[in-house]
Design a protein around this ligand. Structure first.
Ligand SMILES: [Fe+2]
Length: 271
């Protein structure tokens, strides 16, 4: 069995689980066979150590809040790291506490090419605005590529979109891909047929699932992955569908997901 379809959950609705190593996790999407997948991990101020990855499993992370020191490197929000399978266990320390998005996975397609370790400050990277898909031009997207896997095994990137990301037409085609898509909303808002994704929203969409339509009133900054491909390839539907600008929350959740995942959550800040 593979990682299940989750589209989407607000991570605020997911319970913390203590891990017995001083850290706690919110499991967002886990392969039931391996236990690998994507979690939010909270490091307490002081001592806290993530469990070592399983043999053959890589670890990828993005700092969302606080600060963490890894092998002498002090990392602030928007730092990104990739530790290939076989990387020796690291010394992690957080003096004031930290919140990280963390992905552990087996290499999908073993190749001769080893994946290099990565540790970068994404804040210092320039935005790439050269790759607008014409069907998504209304969102005025920009991208920062954090990682390209060897053997076309998957890309990790930041995607940003401007506010008022509405098309002129009242309808759009649906899209699907031959690879999976995964997203964590660092900040912002995006409307979809499953509801309005806000700060902390998360989805994992396996390959071959029709999805969309996506529009954004207030703009967004997303952490995204395309497991199984280094380049997004999209098949657009011939039929166009009306856009819902006030969608209600109708998530796709795996069987057995906690009821809190589908509970209504606060919409916008009130004043
Ligand atoms: Fe997509």
């Amino acid at each position: 069995m593979a990682r299940p379809h989750v589209e989407f959950v607000q991570s605020q609705q997911v319970d913390w689980q203590e891990e017995g190593t001083g850290t706690a996790v919110k499991p967002l999407n886990i392969d039931p066979d391996t236990g690998d997948g994507t979690v939010l991990r909270r490091y307490p101020a002081g001592v806290g150590q993530a469990p070592a990855p399983r043999p053959g499993t890589s670890m990828e992370f993005y700092v969302l809040d606080g600060a963490i020191n890894i092998d002498g490197h002090e990392l602030a929000p928007h730092a990104y790291g990739y530790r290939p399978a076989g990387t020796p266990s690291l010394a992690w320390r957080s003096d004031k506490g930290a919140l990280l998005l963390e992905i552990r996975e087996e290499r999908p397609v073993p190749t001769g090419e080893p994946d290099p370790a990565i540790l970068i400050n994404s804040l210092a990277m320039p935005w790439d605005v050269s790759t607008y898909d014409p069907q998504l031009r209304h969102m005025h997207n920009a991208r920062k590529v954090l990682r390209l896997g060897s053997g076309d095994s998957g890309r990790t990137f930041l995607l940003a979109g401007l506010p008022h990301g509405f098309p002129e037409a009242p309808d759009l085609p649906l899209e699907k891909h031959p690879h999976a898509e995964e997203m964590f909303m660092i900040h912002g808002e995006m409307k979809s047929p499953q509801g309005v994704m806000r700060d902390g929203a998360y989805f994992y969409r396996p390959p071959g699932i029709w999805h969309g339509l996506h529009v954004s009133e207030f703009g967004f900054l997303m952490f995204m992955r395309s497991p199984g491909a280094n380049r997004i390839s999209t098949h657009w539907s011939e039929q166009r569908h009306p856009i819902h600008y006030r969608p209600s929350f109708q998530p796709v959740l795996p069987e057995g997901a906690p009821t809190s995942w589908s509970a209504p959550h606060s919409d916008r800040p009130t004043y």
